[in-house]
Design a protein around this ligand. Structure first.
Ligand code: TXA
Ligand code: MG
Length: 332
């Protein structure tokens, strides 16, 4: 199969929507990361997603909808809090987990009695989902364990020859995945992401964030994730962080490694002549650039990455979460 990269013209969006209607899979842009979609009600199509990604089939998928009404095709138990969050945050980078209807195939939810639902805000995603006319389940469009794709080219790098089309919507604004909140029981956050915990707490009260554990409640949590080939180290955030990172960098050099530092713009000069990639000026920019830079580090032959830590506020919490996973917990 030859994978075609399509500009998001009306004609091309229709080609991609027809592919979904005919039981195929298509990669499409969202404001968080690119997704690999299939018709949620077509089990054969859904299985193609798991095969293309090499994704374990006990890791359920998020179902993407174009309108609020479609949520009721997936769940008949939509609590008032869900409606509040839908009103406040959708379309946007929030995924809500609700009790599922029996009509949602269990291959989508990996046998759980709940379904994860999200309404992306990216204009191309919205046009595509509306044209598909069915809810579209989609995980991130990367090979399992690789950093999520934030450019159409990343999708091609991972899935070329395995899927027919990538709808090219340019660079994903947010750059990390959606925040997932479980509303099927006492509300709690299953995954930190594009929407800050503090924003949600304005409507939900204090929220627990599910901790990583060996028995996975959000099944995606038990897998290695977001990993480039290079070994990743995450620095804790503290006042002399730059010194600690320089020390680690120099140690890696002394044992013949080829390291690079991911740094906020304001700190870059302090690393002197060491290899540095700038993540941008703000945490928003750090999130936006993170997965792209991790992929770039591999492409450029670095075999160790030291990432600056951030505070856990807002999207900072999602950055820390992704880097802990990418580093396999190697914190310096
Ligand atoms: O921003 C995003 O959420 C992107 C874009 C494409 O929408 N999607 C995404 O999908 O990140 P994926 O597969 O990479 O992550 C989906 C996560 C997994 O950790 C999975 O375990 C969890 O959602 N999940 C899906 N259904 C669930 C459910 N019913 N209960 C708990 N967790 C669920
Ligand atoms: Mg993913």
């Amino acid at each position: 199969m030859v994978t075609k990269l399509l500009k998001p013209t009306i004609a091309n969006v229709k080609i991609c929507a027809d592919e979904i209607k005919n039981g195929g899979v298509v990669a499409f842009p969202t404001e968080t990361v690119y997704g690999l979609g299939a018709n949620v009600f077509n089990e054969q199509a859904v299985n193609k997603i798991y095969i293309a990604k090499g994704r374990p089939n006990d890791n359920p998928l998020i179902v993407h909808v174009a309108t609020v009404e479609r949520i009721y095709e997936l769940s008949s138990e939509v609590p008032p809090l869900a409606l509040t969050l839908v009103k406040e945050f959708m379309p946007g980078a929030l995924t809500i987990v609700l009790k599922k209807k029996p009509t949602v195939p269990s291959c989508v939810t990996a046998g759980l009695d709940t379904v994860a639902i999200r309404m992306p805000s990216h204009p191309v995603a919205r046009k595509f989902l509306a044209t598909c006319g069915v809810p579209v389940c989609a995980p991130s469009a990367n090979t399992s364990t690789r950093p999520s794709p934030t450019l159409a080219q990343h999708v091609l790098d991972d899935l070329n020859g395995k899927i027919p089309y990538v709808l090219d919507g340019g660079s994903c604004d947010i750059g990390v995945e959606s925040t997932i909140i479980d509303l099927s029981q006492t509300p709690r956050i299953l995954r930190l992401g594009g929407i800050g915990k503090e924003q949600l707490e304005k409507f939900c009260g204090k929220l627990e964030v599910l901790r990583e554990q060996s028995v996975a409640l959000c099944p995606g949590m038990k897998y290695r994730h977001y990993s480039p080939r290079a070994e990743v180290f995450l620095s804790a955030y503290y006042s002399h962080m730059v010194n600690g990172i320089c020390k680690k960098y120099d140690e890696l050099i002394s044992v013949g490694r080829n390291p690079v530092i991911l740094a906020i713009k304001g700190n870059v000069a302090q690393y002197l002549n060491r290899n540095v990639k700038c993540v941008g000026e703000t945490y928003q920019e750090y999130a936006h650039n993170l997965f792209r830079l991790l992929r770039e580090c591999d492409d450029e032959g670095y075999n160790a990455v030291i990432a600056e830590g951030v505070t856990g506020e807002g999207i900072g919490a999602a950055i820390i979460n992704r880097l802990i996973k990418a580093s396999g917990g190697q914190i310096i």
